[in-house]
Design a protein around this ligand. Structure first.
Ligand code: NAP
Ligand code: ZN
Length: 367
C-alpha cells in the first residue's frame, strides 16, 4: 500500500468555532487584511463576527470586499495594490471559493514582487502570508486545499496554481455562515463538493485513504439528497453539507479533479453557469462514459449515495439543476478543444479524446 496524506490546515468545526478559538487570530499578528465578496461576508454574518473578534483583541484590519465570482487576475491585482500598501501580518478570507481563492493569491503577492500572471509559474521566492479561511458556502473545500482557481480572460478559461505553501493555515467551519445561502446556491455548491469526491475517487490519482474519505463524503451527500430535492435545509443538513465539502476538499488536495472540472470551466466562462452547477450537469454523462472502465467503483458510488442507477441519477440531476442553456455545434467544438488540453483530462479513468468530450457536452446540455 502506497500513499501520502497531509492536511496542512488546522481546522476547527462547530457552531461559534471562531469565538471559541479566537486566540488563533492573536497568534498571527496585529494587522489583518480581510478579503471577501461583495455581499457574502455580510449576508453570512461572518464578517461581523470576525470584525468583533479583531476589534476586541486589538488587531487592526482593513477590508477588501470586491472579490468577483470566479475572480480574474485583474481582480487579484486590485487586492495586490491594497495588500502592498496596508502590509498586514495575515489575511482572512471570508466567503465562497471565490474569496477564499483570492485570499490565497493575495497572500502570495503580499510577500513576492511578482505580477498576478506569474502566480501560475507556481514557484515563489518567499512564503505567502498566513491565510485564515472561513467558508460561507459548502462546496469548494478551498478552506483546506492548496488550489487557487482564477479566471484568465486572455485564455478565455480558468487556470489554477497551488503548492505546499498555499494551504490556509487555519480554517473555521461554522455551518451558521451557510444559512443565508439560497436553495439554488446551496444545491449548486453541494454538487461541487459531491463532484470533488466522485472525481477524486475515480481519477487515476486516487489512494486508499482518499477513497475512504471520498466514500464517506458521498454517503453524507446521499443523506442530504432528499433535503436538496425538497430545497429545505435545517441546521443538521447545513452542517452535514459543510462537513461533506471539507472531506471532499481533503480528497482533492491529493487527487486533484478530472474531466468534469476541465469541461465545466468553459460552461462557467462562456455561459455564466455557476461552478457547482456546471459540474453537476456534467456528472451523469461523465459517470456513464466511464462506467466500463470503473464499473466496480461507480457501483460503489451508487451504493454509498443510495441512488439506484445511473439513469436514476440523471433524473435526479435534471430536477436539481434545471437549465435552459443549450449549446451550438461551434460551442461544443470550442469547449471540447479547450478541455482536451487540460492536464486533468489525463487522470480520468477512461482516456478521453475530443470526440468523447463533445459527446459529454451534447448529451448533458442538448438531450
Ligand atoms: P462563489 O463564487 O464564492 O460565490 C457564489 C455566490 O454565492 C456569490 O454571489 C456569493 O456572494 C454568494 N454567497 C457566498 N456565500 C454566501 C452566503 N453565505 N449567503 C449568501 N450568499 C453567499 O461560489 P463557490 O461555489 O463557493 O466558489 C466557486 C469558486 O471556487 C470558483 O472560482 C471555483 O473555480 C473555485 N473552486 C476552488 C476550489 C479550491 O480548491 N480552491 C475548489 C473548487 C472550486 P459574493 O459575490 O458576495 O461573494
Ligand atoms: Zn469544484
Amino acid at each position: 500500500m502506497n500513499f501520502t496524506f497531509q492536511s496542512k490546515t488546522k481546522t476547527f468545526m462547530g457552531s461559534k468555532c471562531i469565538f471559541n478559538n479566537k486566540n488563533e487570530f492573536l497568534k498571527l499578528g496585529k494587522k489583518a487584511l480581510i478579503v471577501t465578496g461583495k455581499s457574502s461576508g455580510l449576508k453570512s454574518g461572518a464578517l461581523i463576527d470576525v470584525k468583533k473578534i479583531l476589534s476586541d483583541n486589538g488587531i487592526v484590519y482593513e477590508i477588501f470586499d470586491s472579490i468577483e465570482n470566479n475572480p480574474s487576475i485583474e481582480n487579484i491585482n486590485d487586492g495586490k495594490t491594497i495588500v502592498k500598501i496596508f502590509s498586514p501580518n495575515f489575511i482572512i478570507g471570508i466567503g465562497g471559493g471565490s474569496p477564499l481563492d483570492a485570499a490565497k493569491a493575495i497572500a502570495v503577492l503580499a510577500t513576492n514582487d511578482i505580477e498576478p500572471i506569474d502566480l501560475f509559474d507556481n514557484v515563489f521566492l518567499n512564503k505567502p502570508l498566513p491565510v485564515v479561511a472561513i467558508p460561507t458556502t459548502a462546496g469548494t473545500g478551498s478552506e483546506v486545499t492548496q488550489y487557487v482557481i482564477l479566471t484568465r480572460h486572455d485564455l478565455k478559461n480558468k487556470k489554477s496554481f497551488g503548492n505546499e505553501f498555499t494551504f490556509p493555515v487555519i480554517a473555521f467551519l461554522d455551518y451558521n455562515y451557510t444559512k443565508s445561502l439560497n436553495s439554488e446556491l446551496t444545491i449548486f455548491t453541494a454538487m461541487d463538493a459531491f463532484s470533488h469526491s466522485v472525481e477524486g475517487y475515480l481519477g487515476n490519482r486516487s489512494t486508499v485513504i482518499c477513497d475512504f474519505i471520498a466514500l464517506e463524503a458521498m454517503k453524507i451527500f446521499g443523506e442530504c439528497l432528499q433535503s436538496l430535492q425538497n430545497a429545505v435545509f435545517n441546521d443538521v443538513i447545513r452542517e452535514k453539507l459543510l462537513y461533506m465539502s471539507y472531506l471532499a476538499g481533503l480528497v482533492i488536495i491529493h487527487t486533484g479533479t478530472t474531466s468534469v472540472h476541465s469541461i465545466g470551466y468553459s460552461l462557467t466562462y462562456f455561459k455564466n453557469i455557476q461552478h457547482g452547477q456546471a459540474n453537476g450537469i456534467l456528472l451523469p454523462e461523465y459517470l456513464k462514459i466511464n462506467y466500463e472502465y470503473a464499473t466496480e467503483k461507480i457501483n460503489k458510488i451508487l451504493v454509498a449515495t443510495g441512488i439506484c442507477s445511473l439513469d436514476n441519477f440523471s433524473t435526479i440531476i435534471g430536477k436539481l439543476l434545471p437549465t435552459n442553456v443549450s449549446l451550438s455545434k461551434e460551442e461544443i467544438e470550442l469547449y471540447a478543444s479547450i478541455a482536451v488540453e487540460q492536464r486533468s483530462i489525463s487522470v480520468n479513468p477512461r482516456p478521453l479524446n475530443k470526440e468523447d468530450i463533445k459527446l459529454i457536452l451534447s448529451k448533458s446540455l442538448n438531450d
